[in-house]
Design a protein around this ligand. Structure first.
Ligand code: MG
Length: 390
């Protein structure tokens, strides 16, 4: 049985007040769309995943979406049903079951997907849905819009279900639904179109955790419960920095002023250790780099304390549910020797990182007189950081 999943991510909705479409918002280090794609891509029954995205995302696609095995991108359409129709047009010939999922439901589980597939195999069309526990009223609004509604009737709640996705169909059933949707008014799901096309659509058990992210409150809730970006093994990041050494500047290393006849030249205090560690932490969190967060063209960072910037970045990754496990630094300069200042630097860095100095290592090297660093014209630092789930 060949099964394909279509992910409807064609909307460019910015209702959540963000600068990017909803499906590209970050939840726990991955976008809503990535989470939805991964759920289907890793399901053992599913072959292809076809994602309908806004046309402007296709040229070029973001790197995390480009060339992912088993994932194909198509341009979305005006309405949801148009996006799904575009995706359906590229479903392979031998596929018998097609699922449609909404990218705004990032927490769909493998079990939920399996139930939808089995429902479609048994009945031709099945959606995952939730029973309601509240009493359900049908309400009418009189007079001006936005006024109070009046109850018309109380519906038998055992007959009421809340539709989720995925919705699964035998290929010909979804084909008929899409045909019915072409000239019809906008529908909010494919089951509606299949019903209109005269097909019986069955309901299988949904999952209360299979949230749809619609409002800012949903997004906050989703971020609170999303598994953090760190897996069990944690995440490692690497950082590197180099600055020229010139007379008349203090040499600031890890927030400590090291006595020297020359110091590092830079827009900020040019602290190579802090800059390398900051980039290592940002890298481990896949949160960009120091240049993106603190561009050296921005007058706010002129003469800035790099320890303060480091502390800000530590706050940023903590906010993503990550903790710093340890940091290791190699600083390369000809003179002065780092050794006598090592413990002061470790302790200052540990304070900035909010961890024990026992988790911070600083090692000094020379460049053996080779290259600019060896001639004493520059100082460089390498750092690695390991982040774990807080
Ligand atoms: Mg730098």
């Amino acid at each position: 049985m060949h099964v394909t999943a279509i992910i409807a991510a064609g909307g460019s909705g910015r209702r959540l007040g963000a600068s990017v479409p909803k499906q590209l918002l970050d939840v726990g280090g991955r976008t809503l769309l990535q989470r939805s794609i991964d759920a289907f891509r890793t399901h053992p029954a599913i072959g292809d995943v076809i994602v309908a995205v806004p046309a402007d995302l296709l040229a070029p696609p973001p790197p995390w979406l480009d060339g992912v095995r088993g994932v194909r991108l198509v341009a979305g359409g005006e309405r949801r049903q148009d996006s799904v129709a575009n995706a359906f047009a590229s479903v392979a010939e031998n596929v018998e079951i097609v699922l449609v999922h909404d990218a705004a439901r990032p927490f769909v589980t493998s079990d939920v997907i399996s139930r939808a597939i089995h429902g479609a195999i048994a009945h031709g069309a099945a959606i995952v849905a939730l029973p309601v526990s509240d009493t359900v009223k049908r309400v009418a609004f009189e007079g001006t819009a936005g006024g109070d509604g009046v109850i018309v009737e109380t519906l038998p709640r055992e007959q009421i279900f809340l539709a989720q996705t995925p919705q699964a169909f035998r290929r010909e059933v979804l084909g008929a639904a899409i045909a019915a949707g072409r000239s019809a008014e906008a529908a909010t799901d494919e089951a509606t179109l299949a019903e209109r096309a005269g097909h019986r659509v069955y309901v299988v058990a949904g999952d209360p955790e299979n949230l749809k992210i619609t409002t800012a409150a949903d997004l906050t809730r989703a971020r609170g419960r999303a598994p953090s970006v760190a897996g069990a093994a944690g995440r490692v990041g690497v950082g590197y920095d180099l600055h020229r050494l010139v007379a008349g500047r203090p040499l600031v290393l890890g927030g400590v002023i090291v006595p020297s006849d020359r110091g590092a030249l830079g827009h900020s205090d040019a602290d190579v250790i802090c800059h390398a560690v900051t980039d290592a932490i940002l890298g481990a969190a896949t949160a960009g780099d120091i240049g993106q967060h603190y561009p050296d063209t921005d007058p706010r960072w002129k003469g800035a304390s790099s320890v303060a910037l480091l502390q800000e970045v530590v706050g940023l990754v903590r906010g993503r549910g990550l903790a710093i496990e340890n940091v290791d630094v190699v600083v390369i300069l000809e003179r002065p020797k780092i050794g006598p200042h090592r413990d002061a630097i470790r302790s200052r860095l540990a304070d900035a990182l909010g961890i024990d100095a026992g988790r911070v290592s600083v090692k000094g090297k020379t460049n053996e007189g080779v290259d600019a660093v060896g001639r004493g014209e520059a100082i460089a630092a390498h750092a690695v950081a390991l982040l774990t789930r807080a």
